[in-house]
Design a protein around this ligand. Structure first.
Ligand code: MD3
Ligand code: FE
Length: 215
């Protein structure tokens, strides 16, 4: 075997921390209310793959000073404005930078919060997150709504993978040697949460995009 995945007591690869139920019911509802306000200002859009223009299954929006967007011609990138309205992204709800400070171990604040919305049948294929300039910063993920089956692989496509069920209120921090691992969402488990009145799942990812000011 050329590369063994190092795991600790958690059974997860080095650099991954899973906090099941990090947010209690009240905190999940408060965060959801603030995300509904964000999406009122910055509506969900359907991202498309670069070159092919094939639509993704997940709908997206963002808050913070930068947002992740993609289109056929310009591809994956971060930009300060919504791709449809042209308006600046709404600010992050206060609890998100506070959560980042509590779990990221990274000094500089997050710049982007990507909002992913999954319907019952939506999936996200295995990919790497490499559109950020700062790979020393982790990605912090927060799950709301229905459970999902999350899959994490190695840093090369086609390697061994491991699956984790994520539930509403879970936080997962993906950093260090795991920052460039392939990952995706294989399925949503419909009807497993009552948080979203129309079902589905919301995932928030907090990201540092620009190179750190401090070294
Ligand atoms: C592992 N989102 O938005 S979050 C994405 O649940 C994305 O919506 C998934 O992948 C979702 O890019 C998974 C967990 C996650 C996020 C970033 C990672 C896992 C990661 C970066 C490196 C390794
Ligand atoms: Fe990702």
């Amino acid at each position: 075997m050329l590369q063994e995945q190092r795991t600790g007591m958690s059974g997860l690869p080095d650099g991954i921390a899973h906090y099941p139920g990090y947010l209690d019911g009240g905190a999940q509802q408060a965060l959801l209310d603030s995300i509904r306000q964000v999406v009122g200002e910055a509506p969900l859009f359907v991202p498309v793959m670069p070159r092919t223009g094939k639509p993704m299954q997940v709908q997206m929006s963002n808050c913070g000073s930068l947002g992740w967007v993609t289109d056929k011609d310009r591809g994956y990138r971060y930009q300060p404005t919504h791709p449809v309205t042209g308006k600046p992204w709404p600010p992050m709800p206060d609890m998100l930078p506070a959560l980042w400070d509590a779990v990221s171990g990274f000094e500089d604040p997050p710049e982007a919060c990507l909002i992913n919305y999954y319907t019952d049948t939506a999936k996200m294929g295995l990919h790497q997150d490499r559109d950020e300039e700062e790979f020393a910063a982790p990605v912090v993920s927060i799950s709301l709504g229905d459970d999902c089956l999350f899959r994490i692989g190695g840093t090369q496509r086609g390697g061994k993978t491991q699956s984790i069920r994520l539930i509403s209120g879970d936080v997962i921090v993906l950093g260090g040697p795991s920052r460039l691992r392939f990952h995706g969402v294989d399925r949503i488990y419909p009807g497993t949460s009552t948080l979203l009145k129309d079902g589905g799942r919301i995932n928030l990812t907090l990201r540092r995009v620009s190179a750190s000011r401090i070294s």
